[in-house]
Design a protein around this ligand. Sequence first.
Ligand code: BGC
Length: 449
Amino acid sequence: MLAGIGGLLFGYDTGVIGGALPLIATDFDWDTPFRKGVITSSLLLGAAVGAFLAGRLSDRLGRKRLIILTAAVFVVGIVGAALSPSAPVLVFFRVIIGLGVGSASVTVPLYIGELAPPSARGALVSLNQLAITLGILSSQLIAYFLTTTGQWRLMIAIAVIPSLVLGLGMLRQPESPAWLVEQEREDEAREILGRVRDRPEDVDAEVAEVQTVAREREGVSALFGPGVRPALIIGIGLAIIQQITGINTVIYYAPTLLESAGLGEHAAIGGTVVVGLINVLLTIVAINLLDRVGRRSLLLGGTIGMIVGLLVLAMSFIGQGDSIDHLHAGVAIAALCVYVGSFAIGLGPGFWLLISEIYPLRVRGSAMSLAGVTNWLVNFLVAISYLSILAAVGRPATFFGLAAITFLSFLFMSARVPETKGRSLSEIEMDLRGGEAGFTTSHGQVTSR
Ligand code: BGC
């Protein structure tokens, strides 16, 4: 939970701009769509760089030290942004906050995944996603209550408290045992595993397994070697899918959409809070199911739900002009909730969880970072192009298009994504490496594709 504060900051810092942006734009006289876009997306680009750097650094410094460093970056970025005398300075510090967000997005699931026992890994790693959704929800609530006061600096500054808790709290936490074994610091690894595993034999087995997979040290070029390729394609594929299916068009722009669906300004922000709440609640449902039902079923089931939500959303806008009638507005909002709820069941936690599980230990940090960078870059592209696409082709075509993309994504995932429930990371690695395209299915048999 402590490491999950990294996720809370990820969610809060990406979400807070929704409420803060109009105030900032007025205060600094930066009220053009382009300038607002720069303020918003600076964080996303910073996050892509942060996720990139986190790969090498987590292998070099260790997971724990990198999380502490990340917390320090958050503090610097947040304090700087809250005190910015001008818009360019604010943009600069939002890039710094972005470095922290990107680094946390990779390092936290990596760290939790390596510390968690296999039987609860899905739930524990996904605490990070729960924290992300809670971060987004708190930013929406704070926007709801603080907007009328104009206090955007306070909205940004509040995040310094969790950053300090994360940094100071992590000082007392253990390092990842897998990383320690990789560094040939086996005794420390055993001592830590002794505290977080139920049975002593589990400790021996895990150390031995990690040693087996750690033996082949090959450096970053191994990332593109044949043994890693299947996992690499899955990870990058999921990174693109998680963003290109449009979640952040809703998370970042829900008030805009709800207003265009006929709600007043305040009601639109209220509606956004409802969407945020559904995101949190269904993430909790997912956490309860991931280690029982398995990753694949939730991912695929959730994606079907997203397709249904998008199709209904698109249809509710057909033939409606600017002033949409009550019935259609109601249907649109319900469809939005189905869509976000289904994301929260599947792709939300599923992506970050799977990329913490499918990569071989020797390239895990770098490979996760590559998936993270891809995720942030696609997030950036979607965020800057969405409003223009909406203006160019209209609402029905935009959402029918997203439904089609989501359907193609479903086909990719159903063909490629392995079931990782209840298996040790080393076991997953040996399988993925064994037959280049051989995966263990949910029934525990190895199949070749
Ligand atoms: C995604 C974010 C998204 C959030 C919504 C995360 O898993 O990476 O881009 O804003 O979920 O809950």
